[in-house]
Design a protein around this ligand. Structure first.
Ligand SMILES: *Cc1c(COP(=O)(O)O)cnc(C)c1O
Length: 432
């Protein structure tokens, strides 16, 4: 990688001694007390008061009736999608996947954890393009998808970077087509839409406590629902589906997905700090917005109907200020021009000064893993729909455009204003 430290544009700038992270865990002390409590009472397994309390506090915070603590957000999505598949298509073919032979409409611009569980269940994800107002699933594209594949009955929606998607529109479309909705609120815990928190809007919701999320257990996730029986079913599946019998009796396929009581102690301690973390993230976002206002860039949109949790601050470069650049499957190439830059140059420059940034999620329809899957855009074109699309992928896809022009900026809760000013300064120097 080119070393920006010896570039004249970056004169008199020193790298950080300690790395400035994109988003790292922020602990408060109480987490250790709950973990220690689990240790001292020997509740070191997947049962205990930390799990019970964590589930209660989380459900209370989000405003759903029930939560089930699991090993990860991905595990929560898997079981939520499996349960939806079972409700829609029956449990008969559980061993080959409850979605075998069925299409599922999924956010295209997201982390692949959102969509992999569809494949775990034998289903075929069809990716729905993003829109510019919130960077989330386009209701227009979703409507088109139902025109093309009217038999589809399941939608998986992610709220990217903490900004709620166009929930009313998407729920309306799901209702009109009798489809179930699974809401991936892994990145948006604490964000709300018209006064109601994300995680409430789907038939099932999930959150993640991965190390870089708004709160963390170091890992972990939770399933959210208003149904007691559904939540209990998820708890049962997550502990290998044991039946009430004196021996190990199994009638359903099970998983080892239950959250540990130690991890639950960390999450339990973190829940009361969600709002404080959101406040810090909001300040970070606003400082970037102000500090970058004189450049040909835009911050990630916040939507108009919701209150985001500002999990990650992101920016896009105006098309006219993009230098020449290209990406292969695993490589990148760019050529600097005065007054212009590109996400990879900014990310490399930040890395030279020991600062972590990240590209925008690479859309699922561009992933080699999902090359054979369908993809639908708001104008009804997309892969498998028009041959021209393959040739002109970027021209038609909002997700590909955001991936090309956007990046995630360091958004760590513990970043000081001085440190953030250095990040802002480096971005300015990239345009010199
Ligand atoms: C983090 C994340 C997940 C998965 O959560 P894990 O706890 O890491 O398994 C799912 N979806 C999205 C959008 C995420 O950002």
């Amino acid at each position: 990688m080119y070393d920006f430290k010896s570039d004249k544009r970056f004169e008199n700038l020193k790298p950080f001694q300690e790395k400035l992270w994109l988003a790292s865990p922020t602990m408060h002390g109480i987490e250790l007390e709950y973990m220690t409590q689990a240790y001292q009472t020997n509740w070191m397994s997947t049962v205990g008061s930390n799990i019970d309390e964590m589930e209660r506090l989380l459900a209370d915070y989000v405003g759903v009736k029930y939560a089930a603590g699991l090993t990860s957000g991905t595990a929560a999505l898997h079981l939520a999608i499996r349960l939806a598949g079972e409700k829609l298509y029956g449990a008969r073919r559980a061993k080959e996947g409850t979605l075998a032979g069925h299409k599922v409409f999924c956010s295209d611009l997201t982390f692949d954890a959102t969509v992999n569980p569809v494949a775990y269940e034998g289903g075929e994800a069809v990716f729905i393009d993003a829109e510019y107002d919130t960077w989330n699933m386009s209701p227009e594209a979703l409507e088109k998808a139902f025109e093309i594949y009217p038999e589809t009955r399941l939608v998986v929606l992610a709220h990217l970077y903490g900004t709620p998607g166009k929930i009313d529109e998407i729920r309306g479309i799901c209702k009109a087509h009798k489809a179930m909705l699974v809401e991936d609120a892994a990145e948006s815990l604490g964000a709300s839409y018209k006064g109601i928190q994300t995680g409430n809007f789907g038939d099932y919701g999930i959150v993640s406590f991965n190390g870089n999320k708004i709160i963390t257990g170091s890992c972990g996730g939770a399933f959210l629902s208003n149904s007691k029986s559904d939540t209990n079913k998820i708890r049962k599946w997550s502990t290998q589906s044991r039946e009430a019998a004196p021996w190990y009796q199994h009638e359903e396929l099970g998983y080892n997905y239950r959250m540990s009581n130690v991890i639950a102690g960390v999450v339990r301690g973190q829940i009361k700090y969600i709002d404080e973390h959101i406040g810090q993230k909001k300040e970070i976002y606003e400082r970037y917005k102000k500090g970058l206002a004189d450049l040909p860039v835009a911050m990630n949109p916040l939507g108009t109907e919701g209150i985001p949790n500002y999990w990650l601050s992101c920016m896009t470069i105006h098309p006219s200020a993009m230098c020449e650049c290209m990406r292969s499957e695993t490589g990148k190439l760019y050529s600097h021009r005065k007054g212009k830059t590109c996400p990879d140059e900014i990310l490399d420059a930040l890395a030279s000064f020991n600062i972590e940034g990240r590209p925008i999620w690479k859309p699922m329809h561009l992933q080699a893993l999902y090359r054979g899957n369908g993809f639908i855009t708001a104008d009804g074109s997309g892969r498998g729909i028009t041959d021209a699309y393959i040739e002109n992928e970027k021209k038609f896809s909002v997700g590909a455009d955001l991936f090309e022009r956007g990046l995630c900026l360091p958004s760590d809760n513990k970043m000081t204003a001085e440190q953030q000013n250095v990040v802002i300064d480096i971005i300015h120097r990239c345009f010199l």
